[in-house]
Ligand binder design. Structure first.
Ligand code: FES
Length: 71
């Protein structure tokens, strides 16, 4: 699905950028140029970034049981 029409950026590209090392919305924006023109895609782009980072943290917690348990 296209997230940013101005730059032609899809949700898949945003996820790929995060898996390739981007660790924040700012990183994704600088890497892909998302939300750098009209800015209408910013909310959706942030949502995709948040969800992807959450998925990564969830999968890391699942692969290391007990690693993120608060004391
Ligand atoms: S839709 Fe992303 S900057 Fe316009």
């Amino acid at each position: 699905m296209y997230v940013c029409l101005c730059q032609g950026v899809t949700d898949g590209q945003i996820r790929e950028a995060i898996y390739d090392g981007c660790c924040s919305y700012r990183d994704v924006r600088e890497t892909l140029g998302v939300a750098s023109q009209c800015g209408k895609c910013a909310c959706l782009a942030k949502q995709v970034v948040r969800e992807t980072l959450g998925d990564i943290q969830g999968s890391q917690a699942a692969s290391r049981p007990g690693a993120f348990i608060a004391a």
